[in-house]
Ligand binder design. Structure first.
Ligand code: PBG
Length: 341
């Protein structure tokens, strides 16, 4: 070894101290890798038929089934906080449910009336998104129409469901939706919806596709929220939680079929999926922090086991860090307000 090389080894290297960038809030903010922007938040909301007062959802403390009046107030609050979009789910009268979920496509159905009310009041100030799925409207609670299989047992019929989705998406666009969001995981749903929207003159209505949607226990409170009639599960059409590659296939198919945005759902147990999809997707990627995630954080905070505000912010930053451009959460307005204060 030469003298020069020897000398360089005798000079101690300065110590790398990552903690230097953690010394104060200003320093931490200055060097943070991840930001949140409320313009890319979506507030999911429930609109119920036949109620005079907003109705609390016990497993989602702070979330309600809305009347039209309370919905318009919630949308105003969200828009004022800078939230980019409101995603509406309909809760029809039990007597309006049928085997094909036909009330979902009716102009006078609860969801379509609400879409119109919100769009008329807020115009283009906030994006109005519609859940495009049958489960809220069918008497059996499945996301599709049923047909007998070879044994005569009723199963969700993929292709028979597609036309119902197309009709529903067109009705939602007619009612004023800027975005329709097919959440039923039928194969080919994005293509038939795009074709139907275009044929009806709705070329500018966008599709947010629930592309990687898993069969999940974390949807539990949602079933209460929409008064779901479901018995059994959705494992023949929603993805198996053991699969990652399958999400890439599902997402690629949706993009090929014309999805303008794609989604991973649920969020927190699927951050690896979110990261993979964010890496491969040429279109914006959304993550849906679902009802069970909301319920878990709420329940632990209620018991004083975790700090609510810190946990919520951490959950949002985690999704953003994992690659979410857009975040759907029942806390959308709440987080937007905190970011502004
Ligand atoms: C189906 C739909 C569900 C959710 C959104 N869209 C329920 C399901 O797939 O069983 C769940 C959302 C949540 O849990 O917050 N239309």
């Amino acid at each position: 070894m030469s003298d020069a090389q020897n000398a360089s080894h005798t000079v101690p290297l300065p110590v790398r101290r990552p903690r230097r960038l953690r010394t104060s809030p200003v320093m931490r903010n200055f060097t943070a890798e991840t930001d949140l922007n409320p313009n890319r938040f979506v507030l999911p909301a429930f609109i119920a038929d036949g109620i005079d007062e907003p109705k609390p959802i016990s497993s989602l403390p702070g979330v309600v089934q809305h009347t039209t009046d309370s919905l318009l107030k919630a949308v105003e609050e969200a828009a004022n906080a800078g939230v980019g979009s409101i995603d509406l789910f309909g809760v029809p009268l039990e007597s309006d449910k049928d085997a094909t979920g036909s009330v979902g496509a009716r102009e006078d159905g609860v969801l379509n009336r609400a879409l119109t009310a919100v769009r008329e009041r807020f115009g283009d100030d906030i994006l109005v998104m519609a859940d495009t799925c049958l489960d809220e409207f069918t008497d059996h609670g499945h996301c599709g129409v049923l047909s007998p299989d070879f044994r005569g047992d009723l199963v969700v019929d993929n292709d028979a469901t597609l036309q119902a989705y197309a009709d529903m998406a067109v009705a939602q666009a007619n009612a004023g939706a800027h975005i329709v969001s097919p959440s039923g995981m039928m194969d080919g749903q994005v293509r038939v919806i795009r074709e139907a929207l275009d044929a009806a003159g709705h070329q500018d209505v966008a599709i947010m596709a629930y592309s990687a949607k898993y069969a999940s226990a974390f949807y539990g409170p949602f079933r209460e929220a929409v008064g779901s009639s479901l018995k059994g599960d959705r494992r023949t059409y929603q993805q198996d939680c053991r699969n990652l590659r399958e999400s890439i296939l599902e997402t690629q198919l949706d993009i090929d079929e014309g999805a303008d945005m794609v989604m991973v759902k649920p969020a927190m147990p699927y951050l690896d999926v979110l990261r993979e999809i964010a890496n491969m997707s040429p279109v914006p990627v959304a993550a849906y922090q679902v009802s069970g995630e909301y319920a878990m954080i709420s329940a632990a905070a209620e018991r004083g086991w975790i700090d609510k505000e810190t946990a919520i912010m951490e959950s949002f930053y985690g999704l953003r860090r994992a690659g979410a451009d857009i975040i759907l959460s029942y806390w959308a307005t709440w987080v937007a307000q905190r970011l502004a204060s």
